[in-house]
Design a protein around this ligand. Sequence first.
Ligand SMILES: [Zn+2]
Length: 71
Amino acid sequence: MVNEDTKVGSTVESICSKCKLVLAHLVVSMKEDRVDKVKCNTCETIHKYRDPAKRLKAKSVVRRSSGTKPG
Ligand SMILES: [Zn+2]
């Protein structure tokens, strides 16, 4: 069960890239039965849909001076 009548104008839960929270979003565009872009009801930012089920993985921050230094 993925989508049940989700369409443009529907409200879905998504991770807001600005609020960094799972919030209600308005679907603004679809792509092949999938939600493409959404608008945050809280900050009104339009961004790509982010499935709240797929939590942001903890990135292992590797600090390494890669590449060649200028000069
Ligand atoms: Zn937001």
